[in-house]
Design a protein around this ligand. Structure first.
Ligand code: ZN
Length: 61
């Protein structure tokens, strides 16, 4: 859970996991437009299949 606060007066608007939210602050009426780019880390771009890795070699054990 992450707190969502007004960028101007820091008033707590709510909590949750949002990628994009826009709102007018009820206290200072400042328009808040926040877009968060939550992307998966490119540390593991491996494909789930392993059959093509050693297709030419046949295990004999
Ligand atoms: Zn505010």
């Amino acid at each position: 859970m992450e707190e969502i606060r007004c960028a101007k007066c820091k008033k707590k608007i709510g909590e949750g996991e949002l990628k994009k939210f826009e709102f007018y602050c009820p206290r200072c009426s400042a328009f808040n437009s926040l877009v968060r780019a939550i992307e998966p880390q490119p540390s593991a771009p491996r494909e789930p299949r392993k059959e093509s890795e050693c297709g030419s070699t046949s295990p004999k054990f």
